[in-house]
Write a protein that binds this ligand. Structure first.
Ligand SMILES: [Mg+2]
Length: 144
């Protein structure tokens, strides 16, 4: 498979995602993750014409079909709810919930750090929604 096909073809998710005994709740960003990155200041009209990232949408729909819970968690605000839901419908994105008003990661803030008493995984989207792979890396955790 050449690199273009590789980039365009939806990646088959791993058996780990297929295991329904490990159903997960996915909190997934919208702008820059499943759609072209639109800033809130660009307004609802611009959001309605945002280009989809079809490989991401295919992967999200596959997670949905596997029984996982799909929640879009976005810094879009209440005024963007209708255009966002219409865009999700237009591109046949499967989801259970939409949460708006995520705090915006504007300067001086540089990242999100989720703290929860439930097990948490976090994956930074870098342009390609592949299956998940195990990698050794260094993360910050509480000192137990
Ligand atoms: Mg984003």
């Amino acid at each position: 498979m050449n690199s273009l096909q590789n980039r365009l073809a939806p990646q088959k998710l791993s058996s780990q995602e297929s295991n329904n005994s490990k159903r997960k709740i996915f909190l997934i960003d919208i702008d820059g993750t499943i759609s072209e990155d639109i800033r809130n200041e660009e307004g609802p009209e611009r959001m309605s014409s945002a280009e989809p990232i079809t490989s991401s949408i295919d992967a999200v729909n596959e997670l949905y079909d596997l029984g996982h819970y799909i929640c879009f968690f976005t810094a879009r605000t209440n005024e963007h709810e209708q255009v966002t839901r219409e865009w999700l419908r237009k591109y046949r994105v499967k989801y259970h919930q939409l949460i708006l008003n995520k705090p915006r990661k504007l300067s001086p803030f540089t990242e999100y750090h989720l703290i929860d008493d439930s097990p948490v995984r976090a994956t930074t989207f870098k342009g390609k929604f592949t299956g998940f792979v195990k990698k050794e890396t260094t993360i910050e955790v509480f000192d137990e």
